[in-house]
Ligand binder design. Structure first.
Ligand SMILES: *Cc1c(COP(=O)(O)O)cnc(C)c1O
Length: 399
């Protein structure tokens, strides 16, 4: 779905999030309409024939398109600065569709090793079953990228900042190497959000989101999105794949996400302010060994992070000494912060990656990613950061 006249590019970012993509019905509603319909009716058999021939541009079936989905897609595309956006039922549906729609047996896919658990599963387990060769590299090591991309490659997939280690990959450098190898670069921009980082401006070809996270931002629905300016990819690969395999977003979820976009920028800025405050607090806490947060000068890729993101993100990861037992004791002692593997919610959520999101990895793979039993990942919410610091402090002290 391309951007229409209701979302002029001259609008500034905040305006795009509130106004872009609005397509009012004949009832002139203020708030965007929720079109909870699976199909559409035709005025005549001739009209149906024209629609199926592609000679009349109209809605045919909600697996192909729906007005509420179009509004969500157009608004997100306007904010991202992409010509096209396709929404999906979840973030994983977006990852799988972005890859599977363009690869075939014999192709090569290269990805960074530090990935969200299910992304790692698709690259390491599912694609090879279909005869696609996949290779994982250390995302922060350009020498490894150069070696891996010296061979012809179809797709490169990266996540930056990564989960849960918050490693920062140089998007422009990897985009250049990817393009030389003939590959399109896909960036999983979930941790950075559309507010903090613009991968398409840095040379990426495709950006994807789990809208479940910050775009909803209030832990209600699943959703995803794929954005690109590459019309060959959108028209020849992604659109037919989506239409015929069916991972489409439900109109109800699209409506929730569309309303979520209106406050995305405001929320993400406050999440980041809270996260920085907490990262600073934790880095001075005697019960904490090491804090990973891209905006702290101590972060190994701090300069790169500040070049390609406008803030340090909404997640803080940190190591507390004492292994699994100490980590569990700390999590169980928290009174305000909830234990949950979700993230990007207005509620602060904490998880122990080694026993939850990254449990499936082998001990060697976890060691390589520094996902030790000491590591916890905090998704910083919108509570008052003073309350969050008090809660973290009392739980750290109790240990
Ligand atoms: C959550 C997440 C996904 C998957 O999204 P779902 O909506 O849960 O399917 C993919 N990548 C990253 C980085 C995520 O955080």
């Amino acid at each position: 779905m391309t951007m229409d006249k209701t979302s002029p590019r001259r609008w500034r970012q905040a305006t795009q999030l509130v106004r872009s993509g609005i397509d009012r019905s004949a009832f002139d509603e203020t708030s965007e309409g929720l079109f909870l319909t699976s199909g559409y009716v035709y005025g005549s058999a001739e009209e149906a024939e024209l629609a199926f021939k592609g000679d009349k541009d109209r809605y045919i079936y909600s697996r192909y398109g729906n007005p509420t989905l179009t509004m969500f897609q157009d608004r997100l595309a306007a904010f991202e600065g992409a010509s096209s956006c396709v929404s999906t039922a979840s973030g994983m549906a977006a990852v799988f569709a972005a890859l599977a729609s363009q690869v075939q047996a014999g192709d090569r896919v290269v990805a960074s090793r530090a990935l969200f658990g299910s992304c790692h599963y698709i690259i390491a387990e599912i694609l090879p079953k279909y005869g696609i060769k996949t290779e994982l590299v250390d995302g922060i090591d350009l020498t490894q990228w150069r070696a891996a991309l010296s061979k012809p490659t179809k797709c490169v997939f990266i996540e930056t900042p990564s989960n849960p280690g918050l490693e920062i990959i140089d998007i422009s450098a990897v985009a250049n190497l990817a393009h030389k190898s003939g590959a399109r670069l896909i960036v999983d921009n979930v941790f950075a959000t559309p507010t903090l980082q613009h991968p398409l401006d840095l040379g990426a070809d495709i950006v994807m989101y789990s809208a479940t996270k910050h775009i909803d931002g209030q832990g209600r629905t699943l959703g995803g999105a794929i954005l690109s300016n590459d019309q060959d990819f959108m028209n020849d690969c992604l659109t037919p794949f989506m239409r015929h395999t069916g991972p489409s977003l439900s109109p109800f979820n699209a409506w929730v996400l569309l309303k979520g976009l209106e406050t995305l920028d405001l929320r993400v800025r406050q999440h980041c302010a809270n996260a920085l405050d907490i990262a600073q607090f934790l880095s001075e806490h005697r019960a904490v060994n090491r804090v990973l947060y891209p905006e702290l000068a101590s972060h190994p890729q701090h300069d790169l992070a500040m070049r390609q993101m406008s803030a340090g993100s909404t997640i803080v990861s940190f190591y507390i000494p004492g292994g699994k037992e100490a980590a569990f004791k700390f999590l169980n002692a928290l009174e305000l912060v909830d234990i949950s593997n979700n993230l990007g919610d207005s509620k602060s959520l904490i998880t122990h990656p080694a026993t939850t999101t990254h449990q499936r990895l082998s001990p060697e793979e976890r060691a390589e990613l520094e996902i030790t039993d000491d590591l916890v990942r905090l998704s910083v919410g919108l509570e008052d950061s003073e309350d969050l610091k008090s809660d973290l402090d009392q739980a750290l002290t109790l240990r």
